[in-house]
Each structure stands twice: as structure tokens, then as C-alpha cells.
Ligand binder design. Structure first.
Ligand code: UD1
Ligand code: UDP
Length: 390
């Protein structure tokens, strides 16, 4: 039973659902919590997934505790009825941790996809670093995307035999949609991309950036748009009202700033491919843009994904308005600095993560053997540790 509820989980679980449904070894019962609504449905539609259960737990401006308790209560009823042999949770959201706790308390083995990511700061990202550590404690099978994430788990004394290095399924999803080269639903975006003007693609939503840091991000974008009138700044807005409240007063109505609703996954990844620079605080975007050879400036103080930082495609810049302004300006105007970052790298996967996931689940349930680990050929652990924070 895959359980998921937010946009990034849906994107990363979709390849697992497909592989489970294709396998003769399993019945796959898809359960969504509905932690997100429009942004979740958008992904399920794209990947043609109709959930068997939908808890529809979302509330406007939901708090972490209300979301957690509604989710656990809803899942418990489904477990009573379906009695799954294992659940699959993904990453570090409230849905993910609630799914793990609810399953563990029922004695159902927990499979944790995207296990072992660590920023090594329990308060950042909040609450995700705590969520993924809590899930690790009660998982029976840890699916680590890279050898670094496996090392993090081994260092926390988890049994290496319970860890399989699969690569991240986001790369499976990315490969599937990128080759389709989908048209933009919004004709304005199609025209913008066709002009060949430089594009800076921006996303922001992190809880710890909401409020003043996000207003600073907005001010930096406004200053950049004013000084670079030939560059197009495109910002698909997260549905969270707190994001819009912080950003819109700074950037709404600016002539070379295009604001959109969340884009369907195929359209968004096409926009990454068309962009010159990606400015983001997203986790998934940090994994996808390097694969498409796009420089990524990450508006966070630390990251649990240092692999692409060491590879040179990702740079941590924090949320200081001045630093954001200067970092984007440098990449727009200094060719050498740009070229140094614009190298396609794939430290996060090879497109076979879902197959490795299903094989590892088969081994857990004594009906098959796991596949060889994904070999991410990473630099030394010391170099990677240095790259986790500014
Ligand atoms: C959640 C995850 C975060 C992940 C992010 C991906 C937690 C604690 N946080 O944060 O790890 O990076 O999703 O986007 O699990 N809303 C809608 N429609 C939607 C989605 C959101 O209206 O489709 C609004 C609702 O008012 C909701 C609010 O956004 O209450 C916040 O959503 P929530 O899932 O609680 O937090 P995110 O910031 O999206
Ligand atoms: N994404 C999308 N449409 C958008 C913006 C992002 O499909 O308009 C995708 C993006 O490609 C990535 C995922 O959403 O796979 C990231 O989600 P988000 O940034 O909300 O969450 P995080 O990855 O930070 O948890």
C-alpha cells in the first residue's frame, strides 16, 4: 500500500505505483491522504493514477498536529479493512510520518522511500528533518537514494542489511515526462519560451522561509526584474496562502515577472529545461534541475542533498536579499561562472529506482531478491558533509 499526500510525494511515488502494478507479485492498493488537493490531483491525473482510498484531510492553513491526527485516524480505518502486508511511505512530509506511525502501531512493515537524507539540523528544514528521522526509527526497509544517504543511516547504527540504495524515483519520473516535451497549457508561456529570452525560474514554499525571508526573496526578484528588463522571471506559485501573502505585494504586476498557478509536472520540467537559472527552496527541484544541466541557486542555509552541490551544479545561497540579488546577477552576466555550473549531472538516479524499490520490497516479503545497488559514484563523505551548509 503506497501512501502519499503532497505534490512531491505523488511525483516520486508514481513510478513505484506503476512498477508495483506491473509486478505479478503484488496487489497494489493506492492510498492518498489528500494533504494537498489541487497539487496532488494534478500529478495523479498526469500519471493516470486513480487512488483506491482518498482521506481528503486537507484544511485551509492546516496545522501540523491537526493534519497528523486526522491522517493517522483515517489510515487506521483503512488498515483495519485492507490489512496490507507492507506500506510504502515517501520522504519527510506529515503524510509520510503519519503513515509510518499508523502502520508501525498496527504491526505492518514500513518501507521508507527516499530514506537517509540529513541536513544534520533538526530545526531545518522544519519539520522535515525530524519527520524523516522519526520514520527511519520505525521502518523495516530503508530505500536510500544515494550511497551518502545509506552512510547517514549506517552512521545512525541502522543495520546495513535493511538498506537498499535505489536512486531517487524522481529521476524515473523526470525521464518519463521530459521525453514527451508537452506543450504549455498557458499560451503566454509557450510564447515566452519561443522568444529565446533568458529565463530565471523561481519556486519557493518552505515553512522556514515564510514571512520576512520570503518577502526578502520577493524584493530581490523585484530588483532583479528592474535591472534586467530583457530577462523573464517566471514563478509558478505554491497553493499555500502564506506564500502568496509574502510574495505578491513585492512582485505582482511587474512587467517581466510572470506568475502562474502550479504547473502540471510535464510543463514544469519543460520550463526547467528552457530556463537559464533555477532559483528555489524546493527539495525535488534540487534533484531535477542538475539532471537537466541547469544551475540551481538554493535559497536555504543548508541542504540534505549535497551531492549536486559537490558536483558544482547547485549552490546554497540562503535567503539574504542582497545575496540572492548578487548570485543571480553573477550567473546572468558572468559567462565563466555560468558555464562552471551548467553541467548535467545525475547523482540522484539512473531511472531504475522504482524497479530497485519493487525488488527490495519483494525481498522484504520473502518473494524475491533485491537488485544491485545504484552506484552514484560520489565524492568523499567529508566533501559531502562540508557541502550540506553554507
Ligand atoms: C508540504 C510538506 C513539505 C513539502 C511541501 C511540498 C509537511 C509538513 N510539509 O508543505 O515537506 O515540501 O508540502 O509542496 O508535510 N494548499 C492548498 N492546495 C494544495 C496544497 C496546499 O490549498 O494543493 C494550501 C492549504 O491551505 C494548506 C496549505 O497550503 O493548508 C499548506 O499545505 P501543507 O501540506 O500543510 O504544507 P506545505 O507548505 O505545502
Ligand atoms: N513542480 C511542479 N509544478 C510546479 C512546481 C514544481 O510539478 O509548478 C514539481 C517539481 O518538478 C518537483 C516537485 O514539484 O518534482 C517539488 O515540489 P515542492 O517544491 O512543492 O516540494 P519539495 O520537493 O520541496 O518537497
Amino acid at each position: 500500500m503506497p501512501i502519499y499526500g503532497t505534490r512531491p510525494e505523488a511525483i516520486k511515488v508514481a513510478p513505484i505505483v506503476k512498477a508495483l502494478k506491473e509486478s505479478e507479485l503484488f496487489d497494489c492498493v493506492v492510498t492518498v491522504t489528500g494533504q494537498h488537493r489541487e497539487m496532488l490531483d494534478q500529478v495523479n491525473e498526469l500519471f493516470d493514477i486513480t487512488p483506491d482510498y482518498d482521506l481528503d484531510v486537507i484544511q485551509p492553513r492546516q496545522t501540523l498536529n491537526s493534519l497528523l491526527t486526522r491522517t493517522i485516524a483515517g489510515l487506521d480505518e483503512i488498515f483495519e479493512k485492507e490489512k496490507p502486508d507492507a506500506v510504502v511511505v515517501q520522504g519527510d512530509t506529515t503524510t509520510s510520518t503519519a503513515g509510518a506511525i499508523a502502520a508501525f502501531y498496527r504491526g505492518i512493515p514500513v518501507v521508507h522511500a527516499e530514506a537517509g537524507l540529513r541536513s544534520h539540523d533538526i530545526f531545518s528544514p522544519f519539520p522535515e528533518e525530524a519527520n524523516r528521522k522519526m520514520t527511519s526509527q520505525i521502518a523495516s526497509l530503508h530505500l536510500a537514494p544515494t550511497s551518502l544517504s545509506k552512510s547517514n543511516l549506517v552512521n545512525e547504527t541502522f543495520d546495513p542489511a535493511t538498506i537498499s540504495v535505489t536512486g531517487n524515483t524522481v529521476i524515473d519520473a523526470l525521464f518519463t515526462v521530459v521525453e514527451k516535451n508537452v506543450p504549455f497549457t498557458d499560451k503566454k508561456l509557450e510564447e515566452l519560451v519561443a522568444t529565446g529570452r533568458k529565463i530565471v525560474l523561481i519556486t519557493t514554499h518552505r515553512r522556514e522561509n515564510q514571512g520576512e525571508p520570503m518577502r526578502g526573496i520577493g524584493r530581490a526578484i523585484a530588483r532583479l526584474a528592474a535591472i534586467e528588463p530583457d530577462v523573464e522571471f517566471i514563478l509558478p506559485l505554491h497553493r499555500n496562502p502564506a506564500v502568496r501573502e509574502a510574495l505578491l505585494p513585492e512582485i505582482d504586476g511587474l512587467v517581466n515577472v510572470t506568475l502562474t498557478e502550479p504547473l502540471a509536472y510535464g510543463e514544469f520540467t519543460r520550463l526547467i529545461a528552457a530556463a537559464n537559472i533555477v532559483l528555489t527552496d524546493s527539495g525535488g527541484v534540487q534533484e531535477e534541475a542538475p539532471s537537466l544541466g541547469k544551475p540551481v541557486l538554493v535559497m536555504r542555509e543548508n541542504t540534505e542533498r549535497p551531492e549536486a552541490v559537490v558536483a558544482g551544479t547547485v549552490k546554497l545561497i540562503g535567503t539574504n536579499e542582497e545575496l540572492i540579488f548578487e548570485s543571480v546577477e553573477l550567473l546572468l552576466n558572468d559567462k565563466a561562472a555560468y558555464v562552471a555550473m551548467a553541467t548535467a549531472v545525475n547523482p540522484y538516479g539512473d531511472g531504475l529506482a522504482a524497479d530497485r524499490t519493487v525488488a527490495a520490497i519483494a525481498e522484504l516479503l520473502n518473494v524475491g531478491k533485491r537488485m544491485a545497488d545504484f552506484d552514484s559514484e560520489l565524492p568523499s563523505e567529508d566533501e559531502l558533509m562540508d557541502a550540506t551548509s553554507i
